[in-house]
Design a protein around this ligand. Structure first.
Ligand SMILES: [Zn+2]
Length: 303
């Protein structure tokens, strides 16, 4: 008897345009395939222009970005937010579209306040700054939905012992801050944290779209279609799968559905695991390199 292949789609909403345009498109695709996903929202200022400016300074990166349609992925406005254009507050301006996600039956959680700041500067932020940004994200979430968030996912899979300590105070059901491997209780700085961590297990589309290994869109879809048995967690992005590459993502959903993949929200995976918390291992937090992604990413060591 073949074990089930279960896929959790974790939707990271990073930018104003991705939230505004990518969310409705993804909701319509998920509705078409009758799939529940888990959305994590960035709720503060969109300073993407500051991050995207890096493409003009990083050698080799622009070529990759062009190959993977990055310029159409991040529209002209997004490329200027936080630089020539003021950074729009996503949660304030787009509360209606954000609320529509939960109304459509999906799970909702906190991604962050200022995505660019967390991603680029987390190691340098003081405890007070992290507490403020993380708190603002949760407060805005509660203002929008009328209830507290039960989960959060760190921007750029970037987490530190200090940030874990602050997150722990929120008594969340789980977090999804890291990459690779099975769910675990994070250990860092001599502390074993009590909040369950569920890592993303697959490489993201924006990491793989530029890869010369794929000779055709079919190759690419088959790579992602070939899921291992058990639970896989896949991070997708509103700007990628919900905008520039939405048609290809629809094909991917068709392939998964036709090959018998079952879908589950991350909260369902968490609740199932937490029925036997003693069986969840502790893993030390480390930084790793992920192919085709700049900087260091947080992961757990093998149990
Ligand atoms: Zn993100």
């Amino acid at each position: 008897l073949k074990k089930d292949r279960i896929l959790s789609l974790k939707v990271d909403c990073d930018t104003f345009e991705g939230t505004q345009k990518g969310i409705p498109r993804l909701l319509s695709i998920f509705h078409e395939f009758n799939v529940c996903a888990t959305f994590f929202f960035t709720l503060g200022p969109d300073n993407s222009g500051r991050a995207i400016r890096r493409i003009f300074t990083q050698k080799g990166f622009l070529k990759k970005m062009l190959r993977s349609k990055a310029v159409s992925m991040y529209g002209p406005k997004t490329m200027l937010y936080g630089t020539l254009l003021p950074a729009p507050r996503i949660g304030e301006k787009l509360a209606e579209v954000i609320r529509s996600v939960e109304k459509a039956g999906h799970e909702v959680g906190v991604h962050g306040w200022d995505h660019v700041r967390w991603h680029d500067q987390l190691d340098k932020l003081t405890e007070e700054q992290i507490r403020r940004d993380y708190g603002l994200a949760h407060q805005t979430f509660e203002n929008i939905f009328g209830h507290r968030a039960q989960s959060s996912a760190a921007p750029g899979w970037h987490i530190t012992p200090l940030a874990l300590k602050i997150q722990e105070e929120y008594g969340l059901l789980y977090t999804s801050n890291t990459r690779n491997g099975a769910p675990f209780y994070p250990k860092a700085g001599g502390i074993k944290f009590k909040t369950l961590e569920i890592p993303s297990t697959l490489p993201t589309w924006d990491e793989m779209l530029g890869s010369p290994d794929f000779k055709s869109p079919e190759d690419f879809l088959n790579f992602y279609g070939d899921l291992p048995e058990g639970v896989s967690v896949h991070s997708i992005h509103t700007e990628v799968e919900g905008m520039a590459w939405a048609d290809l993502f629809r094909k991917q959903m068709t392939l998964w559905k036709n090959s018998g993949v079952k879908f589950a929200a991350l909260e369902d995976i968490a609740k199932e695991l937490l029925r036997n918390p003693a069986e969840i291992p502790g893993r030390q937090i480390v930084r790793i390199v992920i192919p085709n992604r700049g900087g260091l990413i947080t992961s757990g060591t093998p149990a």
